[in-house]
Design a protein around this ligand. Structure first.
Ligand code: SOE
Length: 384
């Protein structure tokens, strides 16, 4: 580690998450100039030499690698950022931790709890900084929802419901596996919508409303066979295309969650609603600069759902950007996460969600899949 507070990043992957993270590294110092630590784009790694070179040239990485082992071992890298498919997370993270690097891992932590648990053990034993990029917590309107809930305005919470709906896998001609389509290959992804989409909903839900105690789920795989891009053969599809589950939270509230890639017209339809004794909150990713709020305590002649445009300087993260009324987008969530990560280097506090917290989300995902397979309720074993 250099002592000038430069965080030398080694990024693995060149897909869309690699772009989202790199954009965050590039922007964070401009918009959070008071942070002591500054990221430096030291190296990017991917298997195909031309591709990784093109990515490095476009985004400004100083060097390239084609083997992640070399990258993880490099003395001039402080933090390894894993933006590769889920089946690589554990192996890369363990090697990076063994080399004393900080690790930032794209969600989900791993494919299974068994794969994720040693990652948690390793980061904690090595005492290296770690975080998992569950970015939606850092949409300012979602962070505001957390502040509103923590202030007690909702009172006792009764219900939490969330959806994450997409439609991009409806065609049976879509292959599975390989570049861009590894999310359809169970070996690479670990699961389908449960690990890819519900994991986001679960992370947000437990952050806002506490641990999920038990679950009862159904899953469906609508298209049972697809050509595999790598083998060229028609192979069974092992992922869940859709998943619905309900649950009990530790605080006594009930939850209901749905995710699918078969909701025609839905692209990233992530929504949630929380109903409390005094007030309710609702949120929609497609309208992410707004937070819905209903307060039963309002005078009855004006009582109703408010649509709070989260763009004022005293709302989370907003003072770093433009002037009141102007909007933020998807990319800002990653900049916020990076700002919090850099801040955590100053304060010595963990940067949430840590590997440990992400493992709790993994436990819920696994209980959901087990419940669907066994058609029975499952305890999650979550310790939130
Ligand atoms: C899947 O389409 C996907 O890209 C997820 O992998 C991301 O985590 C989610 O934010 C958007 O959808």
């Amino acid at each position: 580690m250099t002592n000038d507070k430069t965080l030398r990043i080694g990024l693995i992957g060149t897909g869309f998450m690699a772009r989202a993270h790199t954009n965050a590294y590039k922007r964070v110092g401009d918009f959070f100039p008071d942070l002591e630590w500054k990221p430096r784009l030291k190296a990017v790694c991917a298997r195909t030499p031309e591709k990784v070179r093109a990515f490095a040239d476009q985004w400004g990485y100083e060097s390239v690698e084609t083997d992640w082992r070399t990258l993880a071992a490099r003395a001039d890298i402080d933090a390894v950022d894993i933006c590769a498919p889920n089946d690589t997370h554990a192996e890369i993270a363990l090697a990076a931790i063994a080399a004393g690097k900080m690790v930032l891992c794209e969600k989900p932590l791993a494919r299974t709890v068994a794969e994720g648990a040693p990652m948690v053990e390793a980061v904690e034993e090595a005492g290296v900084k770690n975080t998992v990029w569950y970015n939606y917590r850092r949409v300012p309107s979602v962070t505001l929802a957390k502040q509103v809930i923590d202030s007690g305005k909702l009172g006792q919470i009764f219900h939490y419901r969330a959806n994450f709906l997409q439609d991009w896998t409806i065609s049976p001609d879509l292959p599975q596996g390989g570049e861009a389509l590894w999310r359809l290959d169970v070996n690479a992804a670990g699961s389908g919508v449960t690990g890819d989409l519900l994991a986001h909903c679960i992370d947000t839900a437990m952050w806002l409303n506490g641990g999920i105690a038990d679950v009862s789920a159904v899953t469906e795989t609508f298209i049972k066979e697809r050509v595999h891009q790598e083998t060229g053969k028609v192979q069974a599809v092992g992922i869940d295309d859709a998943c619905i589950f309900h649950c009990h939270f530790d605080n006594g509230s009930l939850g209901v969650f749905e995710a699918t890639r078969y909701a025609r017209g839905q692209k990233a339809g992530y929504t949630f609603e929380i109903n409390g004794q005094h007030a309710s909150i609702r949120w929609d990713l497609h309208d992410q600069n707004r937070l819905g709020f209903f307060d039963h305590g309002d005078d009855s002649i004006v009582r109703g759902w408010r649509s709070i445009h989260v763009s004022d300087g005293d709302q989370p993260y907003i003072d770093r950007w433009w002037v009141p009324g102007l909007c933020l987008g998807y990319e800002h969530t990653f900049v916020h996460h990076m700002a919090d990560f850099l801040k955590s280097l100053e304060t010595g506090e963990p940067c949430s969600p840590t590997f440990r917290e992400a493992l709790e989300t993994q436990k819920v995902c696994e209980a959901v899949l087990d419940s669907a397979a066994s058609r029975s309720w499952k305890e999650t074993g979550v310790n939130w």
